[in-house]
Design a protein around this ligand. Sequence first.
Ligand SMILES: [Zn+2]
Length: 305
Amino acid sequence: MSSTDVRQVSDRTGHLAYDVFINEPPPQDGLLPNGEPKQFSPQASTLVHGAEDAVLVDAPLTADQARALGDWVAGKGRNLTDIFITHGHGDHWFTAGLLADRFGARVVATEGTIGQMHGAVASRSLLWDKLYSGIPPAAVTAVAVPDNRFTLEGHDLVMVEVGHTDSDDTTVLHVPDLELVVAGDAIYNGVHMYLGQSAVGGFGPWREAIDKVEALEPRHIVAGHQNRRLDDDARRTLAETREYLDDADELLRTETTALDFFNAKIERYPDHLGRMVLWVSARALYGVREHPGEDVAKVVRASWL
Ligand SMILES: [Zn+2]
């Protein structure tokens, strides 16, 4: 388990800033087709903090990861008021309850995300619990807030619904006073993107979501999955997220099998982290294509296992 304060940006008055904590992937069994150990992507959580209070964005998967993140948050010496969850995937919130209890914080999300969280609970035994141990019991305790807005020491925090990205009903957190977007999985940074849930419908909705993030005119974007060695430059991460989808569309036309797609992506993105997610994406995209008429959710889930 490792972590870092990767970066800090403050507003003009110095009262508002953000820091990012990155959890390394939890231990996992199995190998990828190229012989590498299977490994999930690094998971980022963001602390937006004022002089006394703070808000956390996204909570990791396992109790060990939550302990590491919680110790880091505690070290910041702020009163954690809220934990905002960007979307329903378990790797962004299964430990939200643990952290909420530890700090006496409220868990907040949009109604759409809350609906997706219930779906994640229903399917966890078929997916996450087969891959990783140490995921705590996770009840959905998140609440929606009026107009999807809340505040931190008077600064606006806005939940912006961006629709389908790597799953349905996803959101980002816009912090106008920091020119910051905490993007969940709408934007990636140096990590293979999870494309499995775009196997039906394609990447058009995700491209629209990227446009919505860009329209907020952020200078900084924190991606939910990222390489800690990279910065949060908004222009670069927006462009690279679009390019990854364009490349995927091209490779879906030129590559015949999931393995061909996997190998071709690695050739184009040799430094990207999270090759297990690439393999899952490839299997889901080609699995749905090769098995028309089958239950899509089942095909996508099987691609993880
Ligand atoms: Zn994720």
